[in-house]
Design a protein around this ligand. Sequence first.
Ligand code: ASP
Ligand code: MG
Length: 411
Amino acid sequence: MALIVQKYGGTSVANPERIRNVARRVARYKAMGHQVVVVVSAMSGETNRLIGLAKEIMPDPDPRELDVMVSTGEQVTIGMTALALMELGIKAKSYTGTQVKILTDNAFNKARILNIDEHNLKSDLADGYVCVVAGFQGVDANGNITTLGRGGSDTTGVALAAALGADECQIYTDVDGVYTTDPRLVPEARRLDKITFEEMLELASQGSKVLQIRSVEFAGKYKVKLRVLSSFDEDGDGTLITFEEDSKDDSMEEPIISGIAFNRDEAKITILGVPDKPGIAYQILGPVADANIDVDMIIQNVGADGTTDFTFTVHKNEMNKALSLLRDKVQGHIQAREINGDDKIAKVSVVGVGMRSHVGIASQMFRTLAEEGINIQMISTSEIKIAVVIDEKYMELAVRVLHKAFELEAK
Ligand code: ASP
Ligand code: MG
């Protein structure tokens, strides 16, 4: 007997028939003798609908009230899923985040889980119940409803699995696993049987949307065995997310590159002619950080005239905020020549733990892009990743040629 947490995303619970389908799968696991905790998202489109309603009343909705509203999506699906299980003769009970007591901090719309009270769930499981828990939501110390950020149900699933000491956390979605890249862009993309946490983390942070990045961080930290599967496919094994140590003993040669991620979510801000002196990077990025704007890539280069060009990327939605924040500082005490923003960029990253032991990956990547005449605007690397910023209009081409160059389609 195992304890399994199964998380079902919005498309898996999009209508009553699909919810019945979820219940049938849960029933099969129960019949095998397992204990099951189910975490569900809202029906697909519902969270967006609720946010839209809030914005019709207040363009920039009050964060506390927004959480009160958007958390209702999941409250509907836990009830429906519990009913569907009962209809199959299975004992089931739904739980909101407050009812479990998924305690979070009070950062509305992007709260972090601080603690999970697993007591009630454990005793229900022991009594033979399937517990159906609302994803995405929690409660702060003052009893306010909070939500965990878009896609946050993944994090609920993983956090519950960690708190309950589950044997596996299964994430059911509309794709049957993690692919070498998005199959909608590259039809030859291949499903990976397994991938390491580190690679998954890089892919998620570089734009792969399969799992919410925080859920992957959480799973890595608490060593939760994570599997991504399709809820529309009866018997696929999906993709297992492993720890590098555990997958070492495989006799098969591991591929050097596991996947290619991309995103169009970032914008580039460049400050030209910055005096090259200590403290400049802090003077530029300090105010940006104080305004809670995330900075991703940063480059700085001293030119022949002794001044520096300073470039960094932020989320597209925050480009204008960052620009207006810095504009008078640039002219003022920073004493730089000019500042400008460009949101017509894309980031493309190749990821693989094999980079640690193989040289020449970067040069192969750059050669491949050069052969297509694609100009690289920025580069950043980690031990297992090389990311480039390019003109947005070449993104698809870049992903396709890199996928081919690194032979990701062939096994
Ligand atoms: N329903 C929430 C969203 O759409 C949470 C989730 O689906 O994971 O972002
Ligand atoms: Mg999701």
